[in-house]
Design a protein around this ligand. Structure first.
Ligand code: UDP
Ligand code: MG
Length: 323
């Protein structure tokens, strides 16, 4: 815990959650979070910041009604459109004033009763306390995909990414400030959070089943996150193609030697079109793949250089005056 409580308006704990089409969940969610906060040992002043990520299902009205029910605690940001989960979290982090910030999903899959364990570890002196999924309520193929992804990423990333760490975490003010200071656009919070260092610890938390709906992120959203994770934290995809290029080169050299041997020593002609076809298609394929990988990094550079904001806030409910 840092000693800047006075400076940051005395809020002890901020809770930040992205909200996208969670109309059926949001009231239960707010209730559960507030109960968990009140139940904390010496909770102190706290706030709940909900970021509506361009919901289209009436979540907006629900959120405004909730904000009226809990003045002084609940603050709602409405983004100008659906920017995605990571920008929505970023918008919340940018406005959180707490000495510690807890980030969690608003679809009731993350269990707010874990707050107590998080805060306990934080008060022990840890700067990042993240939930480690002790169970994943997903279909088997999805589970297998997730697990494969984390293991591959763990091997090729330049940082130590804890396996199965989720977005659900408490971060200290210092870490929140460090994260906010990063202008990076294609954000992968779990990666950046691990990257900043400090004292970090995982706490096992069972993931609950989806309450009122299927996934909002979907496989496409997960794919985007996975690509951000890989290309922001690893150069291995580039190296793979350098290596493949080398193998292809050796292979085609052998092919040439073989053709020359048949022609000069054995005296048999090999059909020119056959060897040409093998060589060109092989090298062509590798070239195209390699260009695709380079293109992925270039596109990301382009994205960073454009420097557009990651999100736009359309309107927000009044920020409660600091107690
Ligand atoms: N979410 C969001 N914007 C999006 C997609 C999702 O703010 O474009 C929120 C969503 O409301 C939820 C969290 O991000 O609180 C995680 O999304 P989801 O539950 O779909 O992810 P999954 O459980 O599939 O990992
Ligand atoms: Mg979910």
């Amino acid at each position: 815990m840092s000693d800047r409580t006075a400076e940051t308006g005395a809020i002890q704990i901020s809770v930040v959650a992205p909200v996208y089409n969670e109309r059926e969940n949001i009231r239960v969610f707010v209730k559960e979070v507030l109960i968990a906060l009140e139940a904390l040992d010496n909770p102190g002043p706290h706030e709940l910041i909900l970021v509506n990520d361009g919901s289209t299902d009436g979540t907006e009205d629900e959120l405004d009604a909730c904000a009226k029910d809990h003045p002084g605690v609940l603050r709602v940001l409405h983004l100008a459109r659906n920017f995605g989960m990571e920008p929505a979290i970023e918008a919340g982090l940018d406005r959180a004033r707490g000495e510690a910030v807890i980030v969690l999903d608003s679809d009731l899959q993350d269990d707010p009763s874990a707050f107590a364990a998080f805060v306990e570890k934080w008060r022990e002196g840890y700067d990042v306390v993240y939930a480690v999924r002790s169970s994943r309520q997903e279909s088997l193929p999805r589970r297998a995909l997730f697990s494969l992804f984390y293991r591959v990423l763990g091997h090729i990333a330049q940082i130590d990414l804890p396996v199965d760490a989720s977005n659900f975490a408490l971060i200290d003010r210092n870490v929140a400030d460090a994260l906010r200071a990063m202008p990076e656009r294609n954000r992968f919070l779990r990666g950046l959070r691990a990257w900043v260092g400090y004292r970090q610890i995982g706490v096992p938390v069972a993931r609950r089943a989806r309450h009122a709906h299927r996934t909002r992120l979907g496989l496409r959203g997960q794919w985007k996150l996975a690509m951000n994770a890989i290309f922001a934290f690893s150069y291995v995809p580039l190296f793979v193609f350098r290596f493949a290029g080398l193998i292809a080169l050796i292979f085609s050299l052998l092919l040439i030697a073989w053709a020359l041997y048949y022609k000069l020593v054995v005296g048999l002609d090999i059909k020119a079109w056959a060897s040409l076809l093998i060589a060109t298609s092989f090298l062509g394929g590798i070239n195209l793949l390699g260009i695709g990988v380079i293109g992925e990094y270039v596109a990301r550079i382009h994205d960073e250089v454009k420097g557009r904001p990651n999100y736009i806030v359309r309107r927000s409910t009044e920020f409660p005056p600091a107690p």
